[in-house]
Design a protein around this ligand. Structure first.
Ligand code: CAA
Length: 249
């Protein structure tokens, strides 16, 4: 039987068309939450919405980029109109534009920082205003192991994900008075379309460095998001929790 630890709660999962975000949206939906699905790919979210609509909660589709302020404003207006509340925000949307420093263009830097860092800021600013009124909120930010270790070819991505950690710690302090918790997850090497694009030899050498001997699954991360979204984690805030098979200890 499915437990319903999130019945009556509303959750927005950004960038949930595929990969980790998709697993998170499915998992929170199975826990009974109403889900707002967001991605820049309308076909992917429509399909996901159809798949999870049978789990019992309501589903709202909000397409758009978290890195574009008018899109974010539109997403939150729709949430206010349709659901009237937001209990859980999962900032999952993220992109890579890997390149070595000396080859990296301004555009590759800006694109990644815009989605991965400014997008998180825009969404939290909107969500926190709603959560403050409710006196309750759970914010979960997807950082990365690369924020903790650095990674050759990812100066833009690692900087954005390290920025997410600074934001998490600051906003945990700032929003605690409204009973809003803010935590970050640092996934390691997880099997997703994003990591699929990494050249094979690099992929193999990363997996060789994982003590648990395998790449992670999106569900490994989704399970942790579920915990950080429920009242079981009520006394945890401002933390960065790794989910990496021991890749970085
Ligand atoms: N350590 C040391 N040196 C390295 C290195 C490493 N990890 N990787 C590459 N180099 C060296 C190469 O040996 C090469 O040296 P030479 O010039 O002496 O031959 C030099 O750096 C240039 O490397 P490439 O030939 O690979 O350069 P490129 O321009 O063709 O490609 C790149 C650069 C796009 C960054 C490519 O190396 C790449 O895709 N790397 C993988 C980056 C990566 O790990 N991404 C993780 C994505 S998963 C993710 O981001 C999710 C998450 O949260 C973990």
């Amino acid at each position: 039987m499915t437990s319903n630890s999130l019945s009556g709660k509303t959750a927005l999962v950004t960038g949930c068309g595929r990969g980790i975000g998709k697993a998170i949206a499915e998992t929170l939906a199975k826990e009974g939450a109403d889900i707002v699905v967001n991605d820049i790919d309308p076909d992917a979210v429509e399909k996901l919405a159809k798949d999870i609509s049978g789990f019992g909660g309501r589903v709202l589709v909000c397409c758009g980029s978290v890195g574009v302020t008018p899109d974010v404003t539109a997403i939150f207006s729709k949430i206010k109109k349709e659901f009237k509340r937001l209990d859980i925000l999962v900032n999952n949307a993220g992109i890579t534009r890997d390149n070595m420093l000396l080859q990296m263009s301004d555009q590759e830097w800006d694109q990644v920082l815009n989605v991965n860092l400014k997008g998180v800021f825009y969404c939290i600013r909107e969500a926190a205003a709603m959560m403050k009124e409710q006196g309750y909120g759970r914010i979960v930010n997807l950082s990365s192991v690369t924020a903790l270790t650095g990674n050759v070819g990812q100066v833009n991505y690692a900087a954005s994900k390290a920025g997410v950690i600074g934001m998490t710690k600051t906003l945990a302090r700032e929003l605690a008075r409204y009973q809003i918790t803010v935590n970050a997850i640092a996934p390691g090497f997880i099997e997703t379309p994003m990591t699929e694009a990494v050249p094979d030899d690099i992929k193999k050498s990363i997996v060789r460095g994982i003590p648990l001997g395998r790449a992670g699954k999106p569900q490994d991360v989704a399970n942790l998001v579920k915990f950080l979204s429920t009242d079981d984690s009520a006394y945890i805030t401002g933390q960065v929790i790794s989910c990496n098979g021991g890749l970085y200890i």
